[in-house]
Design a protein around this ligand. Sequence first.
Ligand code: NAD
Length: 289
Amino acid sequence: MADSDTRERLEPRPVTEETVLTVDDDHFVPESVCLVTGGASGIGRAIALAMAANGLTAVATDVDEDGLAETSDMAADMDARGGVKTVVGDLTDDGDIERIVETASGHGDLRYLANVAGMQHIDAIEDFPMEQYDRMHDVMLRAPLHLAKLTLPHVRATDDGVGAVGNMASVHGHYVTADKVGYNVSKFGLRGLTQSIAAEGDGDLRSFSVSTGYVKTPLVTGQIPDTAEQRGLTVDEVIDDVMLGQSRVKEMMDPVDVANLFVFGFSKHARHLNGGDLPFDGGMTLTYE
Ligand code: NAD
């Protein structure tokens, strides 16, 4: 079990005025809507708060109703220029996906979509439950496509057609670790979806992906004990040797660091980022010992 020093290492920096990147952009106004999946926790929550801090109306969606309520309370406490609305929904349900986009577009001009919801499952290929594989594929690959399919017409219907789809990929969309086949395949696919949207956008409607190493969220802290058991390591060894071993930056990212990449990616400063990936992994996939 993690001791207090370990817990401190895993405690994320909160999303505040000081930690959020703010960008002066004519589209970053309350009339512009940014739909964010996975908005009840971790990275999705941080993106919803960061977009609200930038003056937009963020619509956070998730299956976790209590988590969404917390995100909404946090936005209210931040006294953001924009705000966070919430809509509960399950991304494995097509009817829910339609309702989520309809709700988001009811709050203003739906211009931005952040596909963030995800999950992890650790098992060797021979033991990987197909049901779990299908579920991961549904949430992390099929839903992002379906949400994009329904969002693009709203972007095209705005006065200038400016908007973007940002997809939360991972280092696991570039190279892989053992026993994560469902995750690896979904993240490689998500980069393909990103490029496909860029190919069909007209330049004003863009797409990009973000690939990070390990970020301090429940998805990561939840898998540490399993990895420790599977590899016969302590919790700190998993953090230092498995998660950060190949990274040159010996510290996990905070959710707000990732949210800031989405703020940049959605902004006018990223108008030439189209189909591309932002690999912010501390050198993990690009260096070799
Ligand atoms: P998290 O567990 O904190 O949040 C994931 C959210 O997705 C949860 O709130 C969960 O309820 C939601 N979700 C899961 N299934 C859903 C469904 N069927 N319908 C609706 N919502 C559902 O995890 P996180 O770390 O914030 O991860 C967010 C994304 O970032 C994931 O796609 C993950 O793969 C990616 N990512 C995370 C890390 C990391 O180190 N944490 C690194 C790279 C990429």
